[in-house]
Design a protein around this ligand. Structure first.
Ligand SMILES: Nc1ncnc2c1ncn2[C@@H]1O[C@H](COP(=O)(O)OP(=O)(O)O)[C@@H](O)[C@H]1O
Ligand SMILES: [Mg+2]
Length: 410
């Protein structure tokens, strides 16, 4: 068995670029897919994955895996069953069950350290689960090497080949796959049009902006038409304005290619904006899976209610006043309105409480008010700036009012 070192890579290896590490000679098999993962700056992990499982080293990658699109429309693109991952005596993923549908834009959302990247790496094959199963389009791939899965990953740091032009970077995986030249040219042109960058085909990565580089990384992954594209905080390095622009583009691209996207982010707004469905991670478990609206309007735990947007969590005496039960409620700030103290409640089925305005924060389209009830509970109120709340001042005693259907039992 001989390692296959494509010339250009050997050249990069000699030039000492940082994504080619000392581990390189120990990798046994290179195929387009592995290669792809490798130039995503992940050599150390791939080599360890290979060394851990000698059976994988001996497996010759078969060409048809890449084309494997079996399974019916109802077969989940990705199914994880009771997946556990431990590192030493630390359990990073604690018994995960997850179904991701074909063609879905699915986000893994959670704070730093909650296990999102570990889950993504198990889908990609860079990490083996300690126990449990991973299925792609109905096939058990739990013990398969990265290159035996029709999956590609886009990382935050792009990791483009610095000495290759944009077009050559995008073409690279196709070349390794031995796609004929004319076909390659057509696919590269198509991919660059998809990311709306045909004009930079001949530039080097160093001549691009951060957003452009990220789009090229995306094109390089999409050109291979993986069944599943994994994206680990791909927009994290971009400034806010560019990130928002890229979010729109990413969503449009995903819709047009119809590939399943699994998107990791710690940014709840980004997850809500982009996703068909979101899994909310907390400390190695998934607290809830649902559409953005499900999660925002009907959170099933205290964690989900407070991680997605800001909310008022009310329990005890005030909850009893509002609903008759002291159990925990979530009331979103934008559902609460400020009314004059002497105004009668408007409409049926209205919840109301008196409070004193302690803070007023102008945020542009809205104003946020911090109000304290007589029982000492703080409630955040968010009013549109076209509303009648503009005459409210700090220290004013007011009536807070909202429709009782927004008292959401958590
Ligand atoms: N190779 C590893 N060895 C030891 N601990 C790890 C390793 N990879 C991840 N962890 C730990 O697992 C937890 C989850 O990490 P990660 O999946 O990267 O979280 P996230 O992507 O949500 O920020 C963290 O506490 C992290 O320190
Ligand atoms: Mg991570």
């Amino acid at each position: 068995m001989h390692p296959i070192l494509p010339d250009s890579l050997a050249r990069v290896a000699r030039s000492g670029e940082e994504f080619v590490t000392a581990n390189l000679p120990r990798v046994i098999h290179f195929t387009s897919n592995v290669w792809f993962h490798m130039f995503n700056a992940d050599v150390a992990h791939i080599t360890s994955c290979f060394r851990k499982d000698p059976a994988v080293q001996a497996t010759a990658p078969s060409a048809d895996i890449v084309q494997d699109r079996t399974g019916t429309a109802d077969t989940p693109a990705i199914a994880m069953r009771d997946v556990v991952k431990t590192f030493g005596d630390f359990t990073a993923v604690k018994g995960l069950d997850l179904d991701i549908r074909q063609g879905e834009f699915f986000s893994l959302l959670g704070p730093s350290g909650s296990g999102k990247t570990t889950v993504l790496r198990m889908i990609a094959g860079f990490e083996l689960p300690t126990s449990g199963a991973v299925r792609l389009a109905g096939h058990d791939v739990t013990r398969k090497a990265p290159f035996e899965r029709n999956v590609n990953t886009v990382f935050q740091d792009y990791a483009l080949f610095p000495h290759l032009t944009v077009a050559q970077n995008v073409e690279y995986g196709l070349k390794l796959r031995k796609t004929p030249r004319a076909e390659r040219r057509r696919l590269v042109t198509e991919a660059l049009e998809m990311i709306r960058l045909p004009q930079v085909a001949d530039r080097l990565p160093s001549q691009l902006s951060g957003g452009q580089r990220q789009r090229v990384a995306l094109a390089r992954a999409l050109v291979l038409r993986p069944q599943v594209l994994l994206l680990d905080e791909p927009l994290g390095a971009l400034d806010k304005q560019l990130r928002e622009q890229m979010q729109v583009e990413l969503k449009q691209i995903q819709r047009s290619v119809g590939i399943t996207f699994v998107f990791v982010t710690h940014d709840q707004e980004e997850a809500l904006t982009l996703s068909d469905r979101v899994a909310v991670f907390n400390d190695g478990i998934v607290e809830q899976v649902g559409s953005p609206e499900d999660l925002y309007e009907r959170p099933r735990s205290r964690f989900v209610a407070s991680f997605l947007g800001s909310t008022n969590l009310v329990e005890g005496e005030l909850a009893r006043q509002l609903t008759g039960s002291p159990a925990l409620l979530s009331i979103r700030p934008e559902h609460i309105h400020i009314r004059p103290l002497d105004g009668a409640p408007v409409g049926d089925d209205v919840s109301t409480v008196e409070a004193v305005i302690e803070e007023i924060v102008y945020t542009g389209p809205t104003t946020r008010f911090v109000a304290r009830t007589d029982a000492g509970q703080t409630l955040i109120v968010q009013e549109q700036n076209d509303s009648r709340a503009s005459g409210v001042h700090r220290g004013d005693r007011v009536r807070l009012q909202w429709s009782s259907r927004f008292n959401y039992a958590v």
